[in-house]
Design a protein around this ligand. Structure first.
Ligand SMILES: N[C@@H](CCC(=O)N[C@@H](CS)C(=O)NCC(=O)O)C(=O)O
Length: 228
């Protein structure tokens, strides 16, 4: 695998791209990162359109010229290809199924939709999205319980699926007017624990920068789409 060519089509603030960055860092894989344009507002490269013609989204992992799409799918692929080190999914089939269930739950419920919702929406729509997110965090706080990581003692697939949202927590808090630390102390401690890993710390972005991105992006969306 020493001569592998690995390219990641990414966007700096993407929580989905960050998942792949963490997995590659855990496996110590060297790769080239290619930054796409400001995604929902255009500027997609020809390479992205060619490599992900169905969804036209990042992240895409291009491994020896072949594309793999969808962040959780990519993380599983990385785990299977570079299976000689730092396993990300449990080896036990039941535990693997559980890990996939919870990562899928995160994917469905901890969302930042391209329009509307908590970050880009207003009024009742924003309030409903906030309440949904609080409900989701309550479930996740219960699932984590007193364990250090979602898989138990070791950092893994479910942690990767969720931790990339932690640099978006500040934006969630500012727009939702709530405190994740006050309401979800276990998730807060877990996120800090994950950040102690080099793979996570170097893959995530500064929460303040993410918040500023959200403020600016809301403005761009408003100008492009008009007031809601
Ligand atoms: N389910 C996808 C979501 C990927 C996604 O939403 N990517 C966004 C950036 S965060 C994107 O490329 N948006 C551009 C667009 O949809 O036009 C995954 O897990 O990879």
């Amino acid at each position: 695998m020493a001569d592998d060519e690995v390219i990641l089509l990414d966007y700096w603030v993407s929580m989905f791209g960050m998942r792949v960055r963490i997995a590659l860092a855990e496996k110590e894989i060297k790769y080239e990162s290619r930054e796409e344009g400001l995604l929902a507002l255009g500027n997609k490269s020809d390479l992205l359109l060619k490599m992900n013609p169905i969804y036209k989204q990042i992240p895409v992992l291009v491994h020896n010229g072949k594309p793999v799409c969808e962040s959780l799918n990519i993380v599983q692929y990385i785990d299977e290809i570079w299976n000689d080190r730092s396993p990300l999914l449990p080896s036990d089939p039941y535990q693997r199924a559980q890990a996939r269930f919870w990562a899928n739950f995160v994917d469905k419920k901890v969302t930042v939709p391209p329009r509307g919702g908590l970050l880009w929406g207003n009024g009742e729509e924003q309030e409903a999205a906030k309440n949904g997110l609080l409900e989701t965090f309550k479930i996740l706080e219960g699932e984590l319980g007193d364990r250090p990581y979602f898989g138990g003692e070791t950092f893994g697939f479910v942690d990767i699926s969720l931790v990339t949202f932690s640099c978006w927590f500040r934006a969630f808090e500012m727009f939702g007017k709530f405190s994740i630390e006050a309401e979800f102390p276990k998730i807060t401690e877990w996120a800090k624990r994950c950040m102690q890993r080099e793979s996570v710390a170097k893959s995530l972005q500064d929460p303040q920068k993410v918040y500023e991105f959200v403020v600016e992006y809301r403005e761009r969306l408003r100008k492009r789409l008009g007031p809601e």
